[in-house]
Design a protein around this ligand. Structure first.
Ligand code: GLN
Length: 585
């Protein structure tokens, strides 16, 4: 057996004679990064991502450098081909990676842009392993789940550590303990903790305490069995976070403690909360931040001054949530109206803008499949503004166009996002420019006036999942326009994109002559990216997804503009900030 201090050196060996296979990335400094593993037992949907991002935020506040990573069990290489109805929204990172919605939670909570290094799927892991096998990298060995596949997982985590120089890597394991598809991730964590040595890793098990209404008391058995399953995999949790509808009783916590070898002060209660932004305070009250620091022995790395400042700022923000006095209703049209997760970023962006302006933005979900010009007024009754969000395909498209027409003609504040931008162009072309047959080739392949058409550069690329214009791109702003004013008169702004279609440049002149202003476009390319109408209180649309970069303390200016315009409509007799003042914060 290798001595502990030599273990890391030996695990890097690739040799037919060695059972170790755990390559180390260049520049990896053992001991610099510590690891917090977050996994769920009993059931999925416990909010592992929320928990992990809130804990990471508390560590970041202390001046520590944190880097999150989500390990997904599925075999897809990315989330690009996943149906948001099944899996929640596809969250696009600045580098164009299409990821799980949890990455959005991390970006928002940490106010940090992430990259593809922060997102890993089983598909990526196996792809890398098979490529290495074909390349002859395993030197005659039979390639096995252990050590090769688990070795690849550890390499990912250590590469992230080396790349970011983080103090703590937060590793969220998708799925539930006991799933076949994440079992090798848990095994890799166990190996990593063994290789890195004592105090290098902290295992957090999220679990769920049942409270059947017929019994009226909390039951911890399912949680105990879930933890037992984790321990059978060779992992001793250090912290158990108990999710529940109400505060978890002392008795239930004691039961879990006795059963799991985890001291009762590290079995914490995490009841449901109305806003995710109050969860960091809940974790602090349970002293989870200091428990983790102690377990990882990095108390000496923290900066308390930094923490005081960051926490005061955060509390100012959460205090505003409690003092919201006004309310507006925003209609959001969409195909996936049954699943809120598919619009997570829009919901968050509205919340951020609302909190900043002291206003709760209620969302009215509008299924547009049956909407037309004659019944639209009834469907939009009571809304103070509308959003037509991103979308694909034909279903409900005509209904969206009817909503946009109504908004344009009736001074109803409008924000169009991606597909909502394209639908606004079609509506304007048809009803203002008189191009009656205007449409998108996505909706009508043979349409005679395709004002929206597939991007020329995308036409060349074949195959689903590979032909979108993806990721962060700069948008050049046109001076003196509303967009330019909303973005503090900047020359350009950066936003994230995910689309295949765009405005056909041949129609731009005609549209502009009729009063449509293209206030944002791609630098050096005729790709239209923001539009607005000057005579309207707020009519704006963008080919981008500004919701993806809205942050709690820095709301997306377009959302602030929409909420401000909707407030002015709802409270016409009050002196409220206009769109530009609202966007300035
Ligand atoms: N379907 C449209 C396109 O591909 C819009 C995409 C979207 O809304 N994300 O361009």
């Amino acid at each position: 057996m290798t001595k502990d201090k030599d273990l890391l050196a030996s695990v890097g060996d690739v040799s037919v004679d060695s059972e170790f296979f755990s390559p180390l990335p260049p520049g990896y400094k053992k001991g610099k990064a510590r690891y917090v593993f977050v996994m769920g037992t009993v059931m999925s949907g416990l909010g592992k991502g929320i928990f992990s991002s809130c804990l990471a935020k508390l560590m970041q506040d202390k001046g520590l450098k944190v880097a999150p990573i989500k390990l997904e069990g599925y075999l897809n290489i990315d989330s690009g081909t996943l149906n948001p109805f099944r899996h929640g929204e596809v969250f696009v990172l600045d580098d164009g990676m299409e990821t799980d919605m949890d990455l959005g939670t991390y970006e928002r909570m940490l106010d940090q842009n992430l990259s593809k290094a922060n997102f890993c799927t089983s598909g990526q892991i196996f792809n890398d392993v098979l490529n290495k096998e074909r390349h002859g990298d395993y030197l005659g060995r039979d390639v096995q789940m252990i050590p090769h596949v688990t070795g690849e997982v550890k390499l990912r985590l250590r590469s992230l550590a080396a790349k970011t120089d983080a103090d703590i890597i937060f590793v969220e394991i998708g799925g539930t303990v006991g799933d076949l598809e994440n079992a090798y991730y848990i095994e890799a964590m166990r190996e990593l903790a063994y290789e890195e040595g004592p105090n290098s890793c902290c295992f957090v098990a999220l679990t769920y305490i049942l409270e059947p209404p017929t019994l009226g008391e909390q039951k911890s058995k399912a949680a105990q069995l879930g933890i037992k399953q984790l321990m059978q995999l060779g992992v001793q949790p250090d912290i158990i976070a108990c999710r529940a509808t109400h505060s978890v009783t002392e008795k239930a916590r004691q039961k879990i403690s006795v059963y799991s070898n985890v001291p009762v002060e590290r079995v914490v209660s995490l009841p449901d909360s109305t806003s995710i932004y109050t969860i960091p305070a809940m974790l602090r009250e349970a002293s989870l931040d200091f428990q983790v620091l102690r377990l990882l022995k990095i108390e000496d790395r923290i900066n308390l001054r930094n923490e005081r400042k960051a926490w005061a700022k955060w509390c100012d923000f959460t205090d505003k949530i409690d003092s919201i006095a006004r309310e507006i209703t925003i209609g959001v049209t969409g195909k996936y109206t049954a699943v809120r997760d598919s619009y997570a970023s829009i919901i968050n962006a509205l919340e951020h803008a609302g909190i900043a302006l002291g206003c709760r933005a209620e969302i009215k979900w509008i299924d547009t499949t049956g909407i037309n010009d004659s019944n639209v007024v009834g469907h939009l009754a009571g809304v103070d503004g509308i959003i037509v969000p991103g979308g694909f395909g034909t279903r409900g498209a005509e209904g969206k166009i009817a909503c946009i027409k109504f908004a344009r003609e009736n001074n109803l504040p409008y924000l169009g996002l991606c597909f909502g931008f394209q639908m606004a162009v079609i509506e304007f072309a048809r009803n203002v420019c008189g191009i009656e047959k205007a449409n998108s080739t996505e909706i009508q392949a043979d349409c005679p006036d395709a004002v929206i058409d597939i991007l020329p550069e995308q036409k060349k690329i074949e195959g689903l999942g590979g032909n979108m214009r993806l990721g962060g791109k700069d948008i050049e702003l046109k001076p003196e326009t509303l967009a330019w004013k909303l973005f503090a008169e900047a020359d350009s702004v950066r936003m994230r994109f995910r689309h295949r279609y765009e405005v056909d440049p041949r129609y731009i002149e005609q549209l502009e002559k009729a009063g449509l202003i293209f206030s944002g476009k791609a630098p050096n390319q005729p790709i239209m990216q923001i539009l607005e109408i000057a005579s309207h209180p707020f009519f704006m649309a963008t080919q981008a997804h500004p919701c993806l970069t809205s942050r709690p303390l820095r709301p997306a200016p377009m959302f602030a503009g929409l909420v401000a315009a909707a407030m002015q409509k709802r409270y016409p007799n009050e002196k409220l900030p206009d769109c530009i003042e609202a966007a300035a914060g």
